[in-house]
Design a protein around this ligand. Structure first.
Ligand code: DGY
Length: 321
């Protein structure tokens, strides 16, 4: 059986597949494949490990051929897959939940602390030789402890961020989700808000953890940014298009909000013009799950999903539609 890996992944997943005797085709490029390359390299294979940067719909699957049984997306998010069209063609899809929850929650908290304590800005200041000695009002930041955190999307990652907020920083937690979770409320003394706008009005820090769907695109728009307190911060480690980046830039520029930290961009890898000129934003390049340990685990899970399906067993982490 033949597996196509659309971009090199860490070695443990690759080794699992090799030990099983599969033939591997790994993209030789250190960039996203074009649609034509993606189609060409995947023709005739039985399984595919895809990246969140590969746009896969029914026509791509048709070109790959009827022998294809499984697409294992190397990510928890799968907005790059047209799940309806792929499922209609009888191809199983899987993703990589759980293994990256801890790491993404850590990165979210790292961003929150870094923007509140002006870490990146202070680093730039120090390197530029601007520090001329201690001063009472030098680079004043904002405390995170005891503040109100608003979680938008209470999945695995959102819940873990809430855990750190409550256990580590005595924060008050508000959350919005399509589903209310009373057990979570009891455990973390958290408060549900039925209207997401209330999160934007009340929170000091807002952290976004919803998947990208037609209903969540630009969920953070000019109107909601205007609901935020001028002292509040926005953190986004979910998907870029959930935030209207031009509106975010304007809110940051006009002191409509105090700061933002984003790991995901609306038009990756392009950044909305003007955003990188601002001091009150931290921008990381979609690396929230990028630790050695987690990227290995994601590869192993993707490989296990391929093996299970190709050997006639149910996948470990199927995408259910
Ligand atoms: C995901 O898994 O969806 C992240 O965005 C990348 O690890």
């Amino acid at each position: 059986m033949k597996i196509f890996i659309t971009r090199k992944i860490p070695d443990r997943g690759i080794k699992l597949l090799q030990d099983r005797g599969y033939e591997l085709v790994v993209s030789p490029h250190t960039r996203v494949l074009t649609r034509d390359e993606l189609i060409e390299m995947g023709k005739g294979v039985d399984g595919i490990i895809s990246q969140l940067t590969d746009k896969i719909d029914g026509s791509v699957v048709d070109a790959w051929g009827k022998q294809l049984k499984v697409i294992a997306n190397y990510a928890v998010g799968y907005d790059n897959l047209n799940t309806k069209e792929i499922a209609e063609r009888g191809v199983v899809m899987t993703n990589t939940p759980e293994v990256l929850t801890e790491t993404v929650a850590e990165h979210t908290f790292a961003l929150m602390l870094a923007i509140a304590h002006r870490i990146a800005e202070s680093d730039r200041f120090s390197r530029a030789g601007k520090y001329h000695g201690w001063a009472p009002e030098l680079l004043l930041g904002t405390d995170v402890s005891h503040k109100t955190l608003g979680i938008v999307g209470l999945g695995r990652i959102g819940s873990r961020v809430a855990h750190h907020a409550v256990k580590g920083f005595d924060m008050r937690v508000l959350y919005y989700d399509v589903k209310r979770n009373e057990n979570f409320e009891k455990e973390f003394n958290a408060e549900f808000r039925e209207n997401v706008d209330d999160i934007f009005k009340e929170a000091d820090f807002i952290s976004i953890h919803v998947p990208l769907l037609p209903t969540t695109q630009h969920l953070v728009n000019e109107i909601r940014l205007k609901l935020m307190k001028p002292t509040a911060y926005l953190i986004n480690t979910s998907r870029g298009p959930i935030v209207d980046e031009a509106a975010l830039r304007d809110a940051l520029k006009n002191n409509g909000i105090k700061g933002a930290a984003i790991d995901v961009w609306e038009h990756e890898p392009e950044l909305t013009p003007g955003l990188s000129d601002l001091e009150n934003i931290i921008i990381t390049p979609h690396i929230a799950s990028a630790t050695e340990e987690t990227r290995q685990k994601m590869g192993e899970l993707a490989a296990k999903n391929i093996i299970e399906v190709l050997e006639g067993r149910p996948p470990v982490t199927p995408i259910k539609i």
